[in-house]
Write a protein that binds this ligand. Structure first.
Ligand SMILES: [Zn+2]
Ligand SMILES: [Zn+2]
Length: 242
């Protein structure tokens, strides 16, 4: 069965409903979206940025984080702030297959965030490509979809930036980073990712797409691989930050 027919049948069987108020027709209605506090500032990658010091123009990170491979992070929402944010992310991450469509609403939150920052979208995404944080095959098969890939697909369509799939891949099954102590996190991610085609990313500005940013170690590890393969810069884009 083709993907389009599959999606069409799912739409009939499971019509979309707002996760905030239950309104039919969308996973996030305008009224509920208005309650969410989309960030107007950019913050550093580090935990210290929980202090909520907005970064000055152009800089993606604070002085302490200069040697990190990731250049900076864009996140639309704070994970802990609103019940609805947690619900949206939870359903997107763990919900049934048809909820992959949530990517449409969530990508709009990211676009709103970028325009609230006052950044010139064209300049920001010049010479860039989008790459989703990959999922290993076994997990993907069990899960049905990779939420990061769905989000990246929607974003690529809306901001008209090329999407590169199957270049950065995950080759090792890892444990959830959140369940591990700091020391074990690095070890867990060691040799977990691989870049298949360095030519495709050489000298490009890369935007890594994921649903949430928690410890940051996954994105940092992906950045390391991509920078090693020749990427000019690697930035992260997520819906929410823990
Ligand atoms: Zn609603
Ligand atoms: Zn920092």
């Amino acid at each position: 069965m083709s993907q389009r027919i599959k999606d069409f049948i799912l739409d009939i069987l499971f019509p979309a409903f707002c996760l905030g108020c239950g309104l039919e027709g969308t996973y996030l209605c305008d009224d509920c979206k208005a309650i969410l506090e989309i960030s107007e500032h950019q913050y550093c990658l580090c935990e210290k940025s929980a202090l909520r010091i907005p970064l000055s123009e152009k800089k993606g990170k604070c002085q302490r984080c200069q040697n990190k491979k990731l250049s900076g992070i864009f996140f639309a929402l704070s994970y802990k702030e609103k019940h609805l944010t947690r619900k949206l992310i939870h359903f997107f991450k763990y919900g049934p297959y048809y909820l992959k469509d949530l990517a449409k609403s969530l990508s709009l939150l990211i676009i709103d965030h970028i325009s609230l920052l006052g950044k010139n979208q064209k300049a920001l995404f010049e010479n860039s490509i989008l790459i989703p944080v990959p999922m290993e095959k076994k997990k993907l098969k069990k899960r049905g979809y990779n939420q990061s890939k769905e989000l990246a697909k929607e974003l690529a369509k809306k901001i008209e930036v090329p999407l590169v799939l199957n270049n950065l891949i995950k080759i090792k099954i890892t444990l959830s980073q959140m369940e591990l102590p700091e020391k074990k996190r690095k070890e867990n991610l060691k040799d977990a990712f691989s870049c298949q085609n360095p030519e495709q990313i050489k000298n490009k500005k890369i935007f890594l797409i994921d649903d949430v940013y928690t410890t940051g170690s996954t994105m940092e590890e992906c950045s390391k691989i991509l920078r090693h393969a020749g990427a000019k810069e690697v930035w992260g884009i997520v819906v929410a930050r823990d």
